[in-house]
Design a protein around this ligand. Sequence first.
Ligand code: IDP
Ligand code: MG
Length: 150
Amino acid sequence: MMERTFLMLKPDAIQRGLMSEILGRIEAKGYKPVAMKFMRLPKELAERHYGEHKGKPFFPGLIEYITSGPSLVMVWEGENIISGMRVLMGKTNPSEASPGTIRGDLAQQTGRNLIHGSDSPESAKREIELFFNDYELQTWDRSVQPWMIE
Ligand code: IDP
Ligand code: MG
């Protein structure tokens, strides 16, 4: 099933100069970029994005981290991309994430795990709408698509 997901390279990924490393993995998989924006999340937007975690002990630290500098917020498209990106990202806790995954290869701690990806079609829809207007989403064809999707 062709899907869209919301992805964010968090401030640690930007600070550590890992944008090209991480984007390279997503591009090489064959997924298609639909929208990108480089922005420092306002506190209110960060709190809405992570609304499901409000009240948890790590919430204040999470908001501080995610608003501490610019992030790269994005929409990508691909076959089963929502679960596919969760696999590419690896487990939330990088010390449990498999080698070969973004978090498994490049991060050490849950509180500095580099990347966000929607966890379900409902979250993807909500998160995409929270960060992007319709006119910011590019609908375009990639000529190599038939070599990746039969
Ligand atoms: P996910 O990003 O893999 O979907 P969630 O459980 O939804 O993981 O948590 C959202 C984010 O909150 C994590 O990616 C991480 O940045 C942060 N987080 C979650 N649990 C902890 C924790 O125990 N300590 C510090 N940060 C946490
Ligand atoms: Mg989550």
